[in-house]
Each structure stands twice: as C-alpha cells, then as structure tokens.
Design a binder for this molecule. Structure first.
Ligand SMILES: [Cu+2]
Length: 218
C-alpha cells in the first residue's frame, strides 16, 4: 500500500488485506510474480456477505518482465505537532430519536456549527457512542492527520494525509488539522473563507442529514 486519500504515504506498507470504509481510498501495488500463468487472483470483499464478495478478478495470462521497484521512502510527511493545537472541538456521532445526529444536531444550512480561523491548528475529537454503527467521517476543504484511535497511535495505513476517517462502534478518534494559511498570492483566500460541510459518508446517514457545517474565518 502506497497512498491514502490525500497522497503518498511516507513509506510503503506491506498488507494482505485492507480495512476500508465508504469514501476512503487507498492505492496499492500488486505483485503477481508469484503466480503461475493460468492462475486467477480474486480481490475479495470480506465483509460483503453473499452479495458483493467478489470485487475483481485478475487472470494471469502471460509472463512479463518488470524491472520497477517500490521506493522505500515515498515522501516526507511532517506530523502536525499536537502542541501546535490551540483549538479543540468534540463531535459525537450517534442515533437519537430515530435520527442520525452529530452533537445532537442534523444539518441546518442556516446554522454554522464551527468557525475555525485561518492559520490555526485544531484537534477534533470524534466520538461514536452508539455501539453497532460505523461512521466514515469526511471533511470537505482540507486534509488532516489521525492523531490517535482509542488512545493509540495510528497504524501505518492511517498515518498519511487523510480526508475521511473510519469511526467504528464505540471508538474515539482524534484528528489534527491546520486550517489553510493565507496564501501569498491572496487569490484563494476568499475560497477558504467560506462555508463547508463535514458529514458521515454512509449514504443513508448523510442523506438523512448527519452533517454539520463550518465557516472558515479570520
Ligand atoms: Cu454514519
């Protein structure tokens, strides 16, 4: 595995399976060299039950030479220091009174739920207190880093730049982000200082307004 939603990882991670939730994207390099011609390799969805178990089949039909290698170092990712954070926010994702809510609220286009300031570093604590449900949390506008998951550092798979994070049943995930600094040319400041949403990316949850919005100010 070499990349997550927002680009390359610092180093490749060797995996035989990946835990993925809706809206997450991972990039992988598959080495078929070990398989003989005539072999079929099937990419499986291990959580698909009997509906979507087989995702994709690769038929090994010929020999070919590939001299490429995967670099041991892909890019340098500077971890955002936790000490840089000056603002902390907490969002609780749950099901209440038959509705999917964040901090007890559903989406309201006339309400601003957070006003991060340009240049600030923030830590968001995402809590899933309604056991049994998994919520993929997706932020618009910017990429973040996973600070910890249930108090433990992120796995290598989750250690790159992200814009969607898995929030499993009864989990607490902290993410850290730096709000876009004012760019030198000033040209896109206006675009930053605007209203954006963040939401659960389960379609049936987001379609029932499990979404809040923030307005970037400053
Ligand atoms: Cu959800």
């Amino acid at each position: 595995m070499i990349a997550s939603e927002a680009g390359l990882l610092q180093a490749p991670v060797s995996v035989s399976s990946l835990l993925m939730v809706p809206a997450e994207r991972y990039e992988v390099i598959v080495d078929f060299a070990r398989y003989a011609v005539g072999t079929s390799v099937v990419l499986k969805n291990l959580q698909g039950g009997d509906r979507t178990t087989d995702v994709m089949r690769f038929d090994i039909v010929r020999d070919a030479m590939d001299t490429s290698t995967v670099p041991a170092h892909l890019r340098t990712i500077r971890r955002i220091p936790e000490a840089d954070a000056t603002v902390r926010r907490r969002f609780v994702f749950e099901r209440t009174n038959g509705q999917w809510v964040i901090n007890g609220m559903t989406f309201d286009p006339t309400r601003i739920d957070a006003t991060p300031r340009v240049g600030d570093t923030e830590i968001w604590t995402l809590e899933n207190s309604s056991g049994g449900w998994l919520h993929p949390i997706h932020l618009h506008l910017l990429n973040f880093q996973v600070l910890d998951r249930n108090g433990k550092p992120p796995t290598a798979q989750e250690s790159g730049w992200k814009e969607t994070v898995r929030l499993g049943p009864n989990e607490i995930v902290r993410v850290i982000m730096k709000w876009p600094p004012i760019p030198a040319n000033g040209g896109i400041v206006g675009a930053f200082r605007d209203t954006y949403v963040f939401h659960c990316h389960n379609l049936e949850h987001e379609d029932h307004d499990m979404m809040l919005q923030f307005k970037v100010v400053g």
